[in-house]
Design a protein around this ligand. Structure first.
Ligand SMILES: Nc1ncnc2c1ncn2[C@@H]1O[C@H](COP(=O)(O)OP(=O)(O)OP(=O)(O)O)[C@@H](O)[C@H]1O
Ligand SMILES: [Mg+2]
Length: 436
């Protein structure tokens, strides 16, 4: 009996010990759990902090990128504006220059080319915000011709360098190429960037070789220089937008545009470079499938003399648009506010309204809406500086028949008018007995 009691006591002691140790374990577990919770909170806080500073970094980098871009644009725009300002100034102050028709026409052609260049700079900016390539004008192209074309455009640059004693030789090793389907201006721009980079890489002069050859379903173009080459680090980063080793003279946009253009064309670009030995950029583009042209053709339609109402708060736009129309035998009245435009439209007889979008009192969207209410089916062309953006976004306000981007040359406006007129003939508005 004594023995059993002793055993029982021992057992009770063991159980008590076990309970105590379990309690201690639970306590320690609870402590660990709390520590884990604390650590978790600290980690979450740290994560929030990291995200915050990451955001700040991104914003900061964006800002730098924006500044660099602004600098590059202002440089290019200033260059493009130079002949516009210079030649027009010259003509204003020396009207006798106009006496020689041929000289005058050449000056105007230069002004025109410079304005087109400025338009192109702005169009290139769209690369940075547009998501799709829907509005790129694609056509069937011979890339050998485009290379030739690019060389002609850049020729003055290296002639100028040659004049300074920097000899740059260009070699062409072309093979006949099957056509590609692409945007002529974008592909030319891409080649131009490669050519300019090659020139920049050869401060002592050297040779640039253009090669082209077909292969499989592709065509391949190479631009090779005998210039400074790139380090591995530069080669890895060279496609990054705004990455440049050229200090303030470079924007770092060239190769990123090349990359974007090639990608949109379903092609590739590959760079091989050895410091001190030169660089070879290889481009591949898919051969053209039998794809229909994306450019909407100008319809063959006889356009009568139209009575046009132009509503635009910008005096230059008004007078240029009016001049285009008068030149083609149309009559064009202008107003500088939306409200006046609507008033005039109510009281007059018009066949077409051309309206700006952003105007202080009443927007072009509102004007188009009211015009459509007064005369359903009335052709309305929205001619606006936001044209490209609207076309990119597929935006066309109610009552607007066609969006055209400013600046537009005479032919662009006329083919726009032909398009809306062809549509009007195809489906005349209710109650309209025929074409004016
Ligand atoms: N052919 C080349 N040889 C050597 N380095 C090159 C060559 N092409 C590009 N690079 C390097 O890649 C960088 C980025 O080129 P990218 O064309 O994008 O911009 P950039 O030439 O510096 O500026 P921008 O094109 O505005 O003049 C260049 O600064 C240069 O360091
Ligand atoms: Mg460049």
């Amino acid at each position: 009996m004594q023995k059993e009691i002793a055993q029982l006591r021992k057992r009770v002691a063991e159980l008590e010990k076990e309970a105590k140790s379990r309690h201690a374990t639970q306590e320690s577990l609870r402590g660990t759990e709390q520590k884990l919770l604390d650590a978790n909170t600290r980690l979450s806080n740290a994560l929030v902090q990291i995200k915050k500073s990451q955001q700040q970094m991104i914003q900061y980098e964006r800002l730098i990128a924006l500044c660099q871009m602004a600098r590059g644009i202002s440089h290019e725009m200033n260059n493009a504006l130079m002949p516009i300002l210079g030649f027009s100034d010259l003509l204003i102050h020396n009207p006798e220059l106009l006496d020689n028709r041929q000289d005058a026409q050449e000056i105007f052609a230069d002004i025109n080319a410079a304005a087109l260049r400025a338009t192109d700079i702005i169009r290139r900016l769209r690369e940075f915000y547009r998501a799709s390539d829907d509005t790129e004008r694609y056509s069937i192209l011979d890339m050998n011709k485009i290379i030739e074309n690019t060389l002609q455009l850049v020729e003055p640059r290296w002639k100028e360098l040659e004049a300074k004693g920097r000899r740059i030789q260009v070699r062409k090793e072309f093979e006949p190429l099957p056509p590609v389907n692409g945007s002529e201006s974008h592909l030319r721009d891409a080649l131009m960037h490669l050519l300019l980079n090659a020139i920049d890489a050869m401060p002592q002069g050297g040779t640039i070789t253009f090669r082209s050859r077909p292969g499989g379903d592709w065509i391949r173009i190479e631009v090779q220089d005998t210039g400074a080459g790139m380090t591995e680090e530069v080669r890895r980063r060279c496609f990054e937008p705004f990455f440049t080793t050229k200090g303030p003279s470079g924007t770092g946009m060239g190769l990123s545009l090349v990359y974007g253009t090639l990608r949109r064309h379903g092609g590739t670009v590959d760079i091989k470079s050895v410091p001190g030995q030169g660089t070879r950029v290889a481009i591949r583009l898919p051969q053209a499938q039998k794809v229909p042209e994306r450019v909407e053709p100008t319809p063959e339609v006889a356009i009568p003399s139209l009575r046009v109402l132009i509503v635009d708060d910008d005096p230059w736009s008004r007078s240029v648009t009016q001049a285009y129309l008068k030149n083609r035998g149309h009559t064009a009245e202008t107003t500088e506010t939306g409200a006046r435009g609507v008033e005039k439209f109510r009281s007059g007889a018009y066949d077409l309204v051309i309206v700006d979008r952003a105007m202080p009192d009443m927007s072009g969207d509102q004007v188009a809406g009211v015009v459509a209410e007064i005369r359903p089916g009335m052709p309305v062309i929205m001619l606006t500086g936001f044209g490209e953006v609207m076309l990119d976004d597929g935006e066309c306000p109610a009552g607007v028949s066609l969006v055209i981007g400013k600046p537009v040359a005479e032919q662009g406006l006329l083919s726009g008018i032909a398009r809306v007129w062809a549509r009007r003939i195809a489906s005349p508005p209710p109650g309209n007995t025929g074409v004016v």
